[in-house]
Design a protein around this ligand. Structure first.
Ligand SMILES: NC(=O)c1ccc[n+]([C@@H]2O[C@H](COP(=O)([O-])OP(=O)(O)OC[C@H]3O[C@@H](n4cnc5c(N)ncnc54)[C@H](OP(=O)(O)O)[C@@H]3O)[C@@H](O)[C@H]2O)c1
Length: 334
């Protein structure tokens, strides 16, 4: 098969190329081989491409990038119990290997594709929605009527988090994003307030919008540059869920009193380093919380651009420039 390779094993976006004669994946026990129609891009793909992934990757991640995809079942391995059949339309989450014509994945992280969803839309769902559900519900424990602050609201994860929080009964959702266009998208997706952080200090907006009571749950993808202000605008006993640290991970001069004074909970989570049983539980939670809403259009994935996979370098450059408002997806079309 063909797959996206990285010249010399690591490099910039121009190092990406379509490689021939990559060994076909096999449908071993409990696994399904899918002929991929589309895959979603995620920021982690850049870190992996550069060989700067912040955690040790599990061996099942392999060398081929890509953790979410849609396509057609091509083979079903022995001991599969989920009832997938050859030719079924599916989408799913993988540890890696989605930038390819075919992938072998556990049946536990695969889902049937609803009729109303296209291959390109579905390819942008699993990583972002599973992460958002994990952060908002499993780790963040959102309670109805709570207030939520979601940073990087127009990112893939941020967009899903806004909609999951809305559906989970949040009373007020405040988001941050870097352009007015991205802020407008956040509001369209259900945020009550979207702060363009280049013009306004989000902590002051939280103070004003919540009348000084602070926010109950913060979903943070930014880290370092927001840390002091996150703790400043948190409510008593708020939870801060750290999902990423895009601005850096070292926080200088942080006074632990800021946590003690408000009895804050700081929680951190990752998805790709979780075992398949955990991911399967998350898939079931996704079915419960989001799948029907995505298939009826009540929840959605804002696609920024859809590329041919032959334009993979261009797609990576767009993500690196932070200009995408929503998901970037590639069609495996040759
Ligand atoms: N823990 C987990 O399980 C998990 C799972 C999935 C993803 N992640 C992580 O979550 C992050 C977002 O991933 P994604 O694929 O959703 O990203 P994405 O769609 O590529 O969007 C990222 C956006 O974040 C904003 N941003 C980037 N650097 C920033 C900075 N220094 N300060 C403020 N905002 C910044 C930019 O938008 P603005 O123009 O608004 O600044 C950028 O467009 C990545 O770091 C990724 O690795 C973690």
């Amino acid at each position: 098969m063909k797959a996206v390779g990285i010249r010399n094993g690591k490099g910039n976006a121009d190092a990406l190329f379509i490689e021939d004669n990559v060994p076909d994946p096999v449908a071993s026990s409990g696994r399904v081989v899918v002929a991929i129609k589309a895959f979603g891009l995620n920021r982690m793909d850049i870190m992996q491409r550069e060989d700067k992934y912040p955690y040790p990757l599990l061996p099942e991640s392999g060398k081929i990038l890509g953790v979410e995809f849609s396509g057609l079942v091509e083979d079903v391995g022995p001991d599969c119990v989920s009832g997938f059949k050859i030719g079924d339309k599916v989408f799913g989450l993988a540890y890696g290997g989605a930038y390819a014509q075919k992938i072998s994945v556990s049946e536990k992280t695969l889902l049937p594709l609803p009729e109303t969803l296209s291959f390109e839309t579905a390819a942008g769902i699993p990583e972002t929605y599973f992460t958002a559900i994990q952060a908002i519900h499993l780790v963040g424990g959102l309670q109805p009527r709570e207030t939520v602050l979601i940073h990087a609201g127009a990112s893939g994860v941020g967009q899903a988090a806004i909609q999951v929080a809305r559906q989970g009964g949040a009373r007020k959702i405040i988001t941050t994003a870097g352009t007015d266009e991205k802020c407008a998208l956040c509001r369209e997706l259900g945020a009550d307030v979207a702060v363009n952080y280049r013009n306004e200090d989000f902590a002051k907006v939280v103070e004003r919008e919540l009348e000084g009571k602070g926010v109950n749950l913060i979903i943070d993808l930014v880290g370092q540059s927001y840390w002091h202000r996150n703790t400043a605008c948190a409510a008593m006993e708020a939870r801060i869920v750290l999902v990423a640290a895009m601005s850096g991970s070292m926080v200088e001069g942080f006074n632990l009193r800021a946590l003690l004074n408000k009895r804050l909970w700081v929680l951190a989570t990752t998805l790709r380093t979780r075992d398949v049983e955990y991911q399967a539980k998350l898939r079931d939670r996704f079915v419960e919380v989001a799948l029907e809403h995505l298939s009826t259009g009540r929840m959605r994935v804002a696609l920024d651009r859809v590329y041919s996979w032959t334009q993979i370098a261009e797609a990576h450059k767009r993500m690196e420039a932070n200009v995408n408002a929503g998901k970037l997806v590639c069609l495996v079309d040759s």
